[in-house]
Ligand binder design. Sequence first.
Ligand code: GKR
Ligand code: MG
Length: 448
Amino acid sequence: MNEKITPVITDMKVIPVAGSDSMLMTLSGAHSPFFTRNLVILKDSAGHTGIGEIHGGDYTCESLKSCIPLVVGRSVGTYRSILNSIHKIAKKSDEDTGEGIQSLDISKLKFVIKSEWAIECALLDLLGQYLELPMCELLGDGKQRDKIETLGYLFYVSDKKKANLPYLDESDSLDPWFKIRREEMLTPTRIVEQACVLQEKYGFRNFKLKGGVLKGSEEMEAIKALKKKFPNGRINIDPNGAWSLAEAIELCKGMQGILTYVEDPCGPESGFSSREIMAEFKNATNMPVATNMIATDWRQFYHATTLKSVDIVLADPHFWGFDGSVRMSQILNDWGLTWGSHSNNHFDITLTAFAHVAAAAPGTPTALDTHWIWQDGQNLLDDTPKIKNGYLEVPTLPGLGVTINMEKIMKANALYKKLSNHDRNDAEAMQCLIPNWKFDSKKPCLVR
Ligand code: GKR
Ligand code: MG
């Protein structure tokens, strides 16, 4: 086969970037004032630019850079072979114990994410431009929908004034959402207020509360208050496996009709893996369960489905690949299960990529996760897809269908270079609230 029929990749750049974040609380601690990501920018001989965004930090950045010789000089049409050649040389890090993130050890996240999926995204962007088709048409059975139902991702937020760290202040913003998103919000009343402001701006009908912060019973009060305010809303809580099996059963008793489903309610305990424990939780409660922690690769998925531990797999394309995530959506749909995607802090390139993957997922996916509402306004694209009436629009132009703004990217890169730490560290800000605080996968972060 003549490799050179489709355009040839002439350049690959890896650009690490950073943006601002709120003091968002999770089981793993408090988000730092800054989050990091890695961008891949490909150029081809047809004059097109292809882009991808993935997890931040030096480990992922170095692994992307090591792929450059396997990508440059190759023909865009051979993108599957390019990815295959990367998989063949990929080595498992000595620090990767294979534990995955079933205990939410955030330092292990970089092993669950595969850097080459950012390259896959950029290659599909180029291929779509060559074929003059939007990226979603190149995935699975092609485009299934024009807009993607998306959820309002609610977080408890701590008082940034208690941490002597450079968190952004937007208290004088004229936008009601931007104005409140950096403020302390730790009570059911403030969580409902957060949801109302988000609903007003983006039209969400689905909400997910990030739990694992306060006592489970207090978090359930926030869920009840949300359901009271949004009786037709689909509400979900995600404590990232913080609750024991007994506690999770107790907390979810009587929550039928209030919680639509629960995400990773419990984790490994008493020598049993989280796949076994979640199966027991489901048997005891009949509550639908979602995960981004216990089925993060095909081997884990095999065990999770054999045990019937989950109903909804949040197959983030950064964990599974774009092709892999859509393959997962097809399998789940054929088996009567549900597809969705997990997210972490991200810019609008990932938001666009999510839109295309979700557009190609058959059946009825669960409302898409995105952290982007916390980053809205710090865009790296000229034409960020909009979330309107609770739906994320799917770009219709070829490839990803969006245009990068190099000036903004270089600013985000300059910010990255100023940071002393490029990896996610949720303990640092947490220790400003509770001296000597240490991560404990079984204790909500503010319960010590
Ligand atoms: O941003 O802290 C966070 C989230 O808790 C993230 O790390 C999780 O991976 O959003 C994710 C989830 O759904 O578990
Ligand atoms: Mg989750």
